[in-house]
Structure formats: structure tokens, C-alpha cells
Ligand binder design. Structure first.
Ligand code: PGA
Length: 258
């Protein structure tokens, strides 16, 4: 449980990342269908990350559902300016976002975002009272070369290095092995647990054990209604970040209630 001064993050956290899917009309239809299939639960946090252009339609469709949270998929680190195509944290917050995905593997690998960019965006999100869902994860090549721990520590350090302890406690971390994203090959619950333990230990070094335990660490990569219960039951796994399976209201509702 994490107090963000406005609302508490109850774990498990079930987050849906729609990526570049869902037009505004589709988002509206999804909102209605999902609300009909998922009843409010007070023992978890369900978050949707629509594309920026479909954000308002999603918010409108879910306006009666104060239990559901919305997030934006990316922000720029500047507050405003000549940055064509970008969204600022203040804009996202004003539109109703409370969370922001930062450093998703597609941002890192397709759009060449560096660890430093990710760190700057995390700082900006926190300044604007958006909860960063900061993503880390190794490629298959890095895992096979025995570099899993080194990569995770480098990425998490870039996220937390400039943050005071009380800001670190406001993060959500998502471990998403790149080889598991969109491939249908999910990490085993044991793989997720051991990666999460590495991250949790690093967070504890910078805060303390009990603060580090309260920072939700989500697993992402080919989560579906069948594997979600086992992943959610794994040690140190406090939630899931779901891509493909979050596009179908029925399967996302099944994951959200698992
Ligand atoms: P996937 O995507 O569930 O489609 O593998 C996960 C993600 O990229 O967040």
C-alpha cells in the first residue's frame, strides 16, 4: 500500500498498456464493456494507459468509475515548449492522468531513450504528482550473456540515483524482460521473483527494508488470463503490466479479477 497523498495504491496493481492501439471510439467502447465486466474491488489498483489521443474518450467512458485509474504512456521532461508531438506531465495531470509509463522497452529500443532520459522523466513525473511506472528489463542477448543483474541495476540506478528517499517511495517499478514482450513467451514466476528480488534489494539500499517492500514491482511480458494468477502469486510480484491481453475487455477483466 502506498500513500500518494491523494489515493492509496493497493496491490496487486493490474495495469493495461494499450500502446498504439485503440482509437477514441474504440476506447469508449472498451471502457463501457470493461466497466460492465469488472466490478470495483478495493483490494487492488487497476490502471489503463490509453494512447494520448484516446485518453479523454477513455476518461469519459469511465467517468462513473472512480476506482479505476488512468495513466499516460509517455511524457517529455520539459514543462512546455517547442517539442512537436510531445506531451508534458502537467498536460497529462490536467487531463486526469495519475500514472505515467516511463522507459518502456519500446521507448528505449525503438525510440532510443537512454537511461538518462528515463531518469529525467521520472523526476519530472514526481514533480507533477504523477506516479511513474518506471520500466526496466534485459534483452535476450543480455540474459544469455549472464548480464541480467548488471543491466537491471544499471537501469534502476539511473531511475533512483537523484531521488531523495521519500521520492523513491512514490515509484512503481515494472520488470519487463524484453524477450517476453509481445512474444507469447512469458518469464516463469521464478524468473520474475528472482529479478524482482534484485530490484527490491537495490531499493532497500537506498531507502530501508520496509519502504522498499511498499514499492510495487510489477511483472510485464505476455501476461494473459491463464498465467496471471501464477505470476501474481510469485514472491515479490506485486502486480502485472499487460499489453496485448489488455486490449480485450473480457481478458483484461479476467486478469483484473485473478
Ligand atoms: P505484452 O506487452 O503483454 O503484449 O507482452 C507488455 C508490455 O509491453 O507492457
Amino acid at each position: 500500500m502506498m500513500d500518494t497523498s491523494e489515493f492509496e495504491i493497493q496491490t496487486p496493481v493490474i495495469a493495461g498498456n494499450w500502446k498504439m492501439h485503440m482509437t477514441p471510439s474504440e476506447a469508449r467502447a472498451f471502457g463501457e464493456a470493461f466497466a460492465a465486466r469488472y466490478a470495483p474491488h478495493d483490494n487492488r489498483t487497476v490502471i489503463l494507459f490509453p494512447p494520448a489521443i484516446s485518453f479523454a474518450a477513455t476518461a469519459e467512458a469511465l467517468s462513473e468509475r472512480s476506482d479505476l485509474r488512468l495513466g499516460i504512456q509517455n511524457i517529455h521532461w520539459e514543462d512546455s515548449g517547442a517539442f512537436t508531438g510531445e506531451t508534458s506531465a502537467a498536460m497529462a495531470r490536467d487531463a486526469g492522468a495519475r500514472f505515467v509509463l516511463i522507459g518502456h522497452s519500446e521507448r528505449r529500443h525503438v525510440f532510443n531513450e537512454s537511461d538518462a532520459d528515463v531518469g529525467r522523466k521520472v523526476d519530472t513525473a514526481l514533480e507533477h504528482r504523477l506516479v511513474p511506472v518506471a520500466c526496466v528489463g534485459e534483452t535476450l542477448e543480455e540474459r544469455e550473456a549472464g548480464r541480467l543483474e548488471e543491466v537491471l541495476l544499471r537501469q534502476i540506478d539511473a531511475i533512483i540515483q537523484d531521488l531523495p528517499g521519500e521520492h523513491i517511495e512514490r515509484l512503481v517499478i515494472a520488470y519487463e524482460p524484453v524477450w517476453a514482450i509481445g512474444t507469447g513467451v512469458n518469464a516463469t514466476p521464478e524468473d520474475a521473483s528472482s529479478a524482482h528480488a534484485v530490484l527490491r534489494a537495490r531499493l532497500a539500499e537506498r531507502t530501508d527494508d520496509s519502504a522498499a517492500r511498499r514499492i510495487p514491482i510489477l511483472y510485464g511480458g505476455s501476461v494473459n488470463p491463464e498465467n496471471a494468477p501464477k505470476l501474481l502469486a510469485a514472491d515479490y510480484v506485486d502486480g502485472v503490466l499487460v499489453g496485448g491481453a489488455s486490449l480485450d475487455p473480457e481478458s483484461f477483466a479476467a486478469i483484473a479479477t485473478s
